[in-house]
Design a protein around this ligand. Structure first.
Ligand code: BGC
Length: 760
């Protein structure tokens, strides 16, 4: 429908109808206005499956929804580093929505994994904003190609569940832009999600729902977002202020209470009717976009989609350790140990919880193979060792050639609504792993968890497989990996620290009361561990394969460029092993010298490539300004510092295989204002400035020590040349008044005025 036609419809609506349009009709629908042909439009969770509730609605996954397909959660899909796969998953979700009459699926969820403790990390993608944004973009692209909308969420800085409806995320400007906004930015700009969901929390003192700065100035004015913003369920605090800030749709219904406030505000003149009209236009634009592109022939084939869920799961499973024990032989006597072999933990609790139409466990997947024994080992209802189950498990493990322990985090340990208290697995499961490993040298652990765990037994087992929360088909996918029918190709989209205390947010996570200060700044995840040169359990970007890859011939199409230009980087990747496999090629960039504090390196692009044994492919990347820049608080914009940068190709963030140095020249000059506090060192950087302040230098002996040529004496011992130079360098211009005695403050001010008058 054209923008003009929508305006005509809005012009025919009463004030009451327009106010009502800005909040849900019920839990999941927008309002209908029959006399004007406006249909109700349904939205549903998201993000990794369709949680469509037909009857009683709720936002916590309490009441039953339709039978659907649970795909791997964000923690896993990000590990695939495979945009095409996410696009395919998006297409499938879009088709399911078409078949079920859902106009917008509530996802993807891109909040940064600031701490392993966030209860909702399982839904989120990464500690790295590029990974989050790129994976989200691919999913959005797929869903929206089916003429169904997405709702990228939760905007903004919602990185913990504790007090999620009242906490105040205090974040400095640079960190917000480089880390927390960046997770949304690329996806919003490139893929234009139909809607954005604002979060519950405050950002620097202002609720996300009423934050004009982010909902309007950033999202719309800077990034060009043209859909509607909806609230998270119940995130509205002050309906009229929210509308002014750019929050179009309140969800769910306020049962008319807030509609009245809107009407009253327009009538009293407090709210301009134009603001209301704009919000209604934005909502109707999406309602009709969906309605006019309904695919009445769409069919939700659950079994077919289950197969895709399995394919996706295969690429979300990260092989963390393999001391030659994997892949398993189908002929060996193998003991499957642990409850999760029979009943996998494959999704998280809360609003993303899918009513799965079927679930494949690892035991289901090996049914019919005579050589697999099973012992439950533990129950996850409480963290208590069940001695009988433990003894059975140890016996079963002892008799086999290999033991595979299926362990992880129970629902009670991680979920929407609360944060984890520690990073450990249940003690009873750790004990089980230790005891099994003590009797069985060939022990492998398969983990089902949505966020990193500490692994005190890591050195005692021969294999570790991170299956994340792999969706309803996870059992089949895990067995494909274990038996080598599929070559693992996932990489960690987050660091696994050795212990929780190593995490950069540890000292300030989850805040004091509602006040949550992001004191680690930009140093989130590997940006911190690298800078501190810390050992980690498994680094960002890490994951093993059953084959090996070699990299060669890293080249660029130009060795230097302006920041307005682009550069092509190419590298050859060869499969040097015996099995076909996929490799995630990671490109990091490091600023070799910088006047701002920067991470050692940052991931700037990645690609997944499939290679037959012996095959070589060339992978190319195009790097523009954003591959080299940082967010300048002086410019309130991105900025590249002129100089050399290392382009690094890595198999993980800690395994850089090739490096090439290039030069990038900035076309933007940072504003510099001289004051009487400007140091001599800073003045010296511009020869024209030196010329102007020469008079200060001449009028006093600032740079000369009386004892400088004396070889002996107390003074010469106390004042080294280095110290003298440093004192001079850091001496503010006004210092010449104090030291020389021959210059007045008025003289200094006059020089400062002259300096500021210098042309750029
Ligand atoms: C969650 C959202 C979800 C909404 C609707 C909220 O509690 O934070 O992610 O989309 O409920 O279920």
């Amino acid at each position: 429908m054209t923008a003009d036609r929508i305006k005509e419809i809005v012009a025919q609506m009463t004030l009451e109808e327009k106010a009502a349009m800005c909040s849900g009709a019920d839990f999941w629908h927008t309002e209908a206005v029959e006399r004007l042909g406006i249909p109700a439009s349904m939205v549903s969770d998201g993000p990794h499956g369709l949680r469509k509730q037909d009857q009683e609605g709720d936002h916590l996954g309490v009441n039953e929804s339709i039978k659907a397909v649970c795909f791997p959660a964000g923690c896993g899909t990000a590990a695939s580093f495979n945009r095409e796969l996410l696009n395919k998953m998006g297409e499938t979700l879009g088709n399911e929505c078409q078949a079920e009459g859902v106009s917008v699926i509530l996802g993807p969820a891109v909040n940064i994994k600031r701490s392993p403790l966030c209860g909702r990390n399982f839904e989120y993608y990464s500690e790295d904003p590029l990974v989050a944004s790129e994976m989200a973009g691919a999913l959005i692209h797929g869903v929206q190609s089916k003429n169904v909308g997405t709702s990228i969420k939760h905007f903004l800085a919602n990185n913990q569940e504790t007090r999620r409806m009242s906490s105040d995320s205090r974040i400095d400007e640079r960190t917000l832009n480089e880390i927390y906004l960046a997770a949304f930015e690329g996806a919003v700009k490139k893929e234009k999600p139909w809607t954005v969901m604002c979060s519950y929390n405050k950002i620097n003192g202002v609720y996300a729902a009423e934050n004009h700065k982010y909902l309007t100035e950033t999202l719309r004015d800077k990034w060009g977002f043209d859909g509607y913003v909806m609230s998270d369920w119940g995130a509205v605090n002050n309906r009229v202020e929210d509308l002014k800030a750019g929050l179009d749709l309140e969800m769910p219904s306020s049962n008319g209470v807030n509609d009245k406030l809107i009407v009253g505000a327009v009538e009293s003149g407090e709210l301009s009717e134009e603001v209301l009209d704009t919000a209604v236009e934005r909502i109707l634009n999406i309602v009709f976009r969906y309605e006019e592109n309904r695919d009445k022939s769409a069919f939700f084939d659950r079994d077919k989609d289950h197969e895709l869920a399995r394919k996706v799961a295969e690429e979300t499973i990260v092989l963390l350790k393999n001391d030659g024990v994997l892949p398993l032989s189908e002929q060996d006597e193998i003991a499957f140990i642990g409850k999760y072999a029979m009943k996998p933990r494959y999704q998280g609790g809360g609003s993303s919880h899918i009513n799965s139409h079927k679930i494949t466990s690892a035991l289901d997947a090996v049914r019919g193979m005579g050589n697999i024994s099973f012992a439950m080992g533990f129950d996850d209802k409480e963290d208590k060792t069940n001695e009988k189950l433990l003894a059975e498990a140890v016996e079963t493990a002892k008799k086999a050639k290999v033991a595979v322990v299926f362990a992880g985090l129970p629902d009670a340990f991680e979920s929407e609504g609360f944060d984890r208290q520690h990073m450990r697995m249940p003690d009873c499961q750790n004990e089980l792993i230790e005891k099994v490993a003590a009797v069985q040298p060939n022990t492998i652990v398969v983990l089902h968890n949505g966020s990193p765990v500490e692994m005190p037994w890591a050195n005692k087992v021969k294999g570790i497989v991170e299956a994340y929360l792999g969706g309803q088909a996870v059992g089949g996918a895990v067995c494909d990996i274990l038996f080598g029918r599929v070559n693992p190709s996932a990489k960690l989209p987050e660091t696994f620290p050795l212990k929780l205390e190593d995490n950069p947010s540890y000292l300030s996570y989850i805040g004091e009361g509602d006040m949550v200060e992001y004191r680690e700044g930009i140093f989130v995840g590997y940006r911190y561990y690298d800078k501190k040169k810390m050992d980690v359990l498994f680094p960002f970007g890490y994951g093993l394969s059953y084959t090996t890859f070699a990299y060669s011939n890293l080249r660029v199409d130009k060795e230097s460029m302006k920041d307005t230009d682009t550069m092509t980087v190419s590298v050859d990747v060869t499969n040097t092993g015996k099995m076909a496999g996929k490799e995630v090629v990671q490109l990091y960039v490091a600023d070799k010298e910088s006047t701002v504090i920067r991470p050692v390196k940052e991931l700037r692009d990645f690609a997944k490539v499939e290679l037959a044994p012996g095959e070589t492919k060339t992978v190319s990347f195009t790097l523009g300004q954003r591959a080299f820049d940082y967010y300048s608080v002086k410019l309130h914009d991105w900025h590249v510092e002129t100089g050399e940068f290392d382009i690094m190709i890595g198999q993980s963030s800690r395994d850089i295989v090739l490096t090439k140095t290039v030069t990038v020249e900035s076309t933007v000059k940072l504003p510099f204002v001289y004051t009487t506090d400007t140091t001599m060192g800073d003045v010296m950087k511009d020869p024209r400035a030196v010329e102007i302040v020469k008079i200060l230098i001449e009028k006093q002996d600032l740079f000369e020590s009386e004892n400088s040529d004396s070889e002996s004496g107390v003074a010469s011992e106390a004042i080294s040349d280095e110290m003298n130079a440093a004192m001079a360098q850091y001496m503010p211009l006004r210092g010449s008044v104090n030291f020389g005695g021959k210059v007045t403050m008025a003289d200094v001010q006059a020089l400062v005025d002259k300096l500021n008058a210098l042309e750029d």
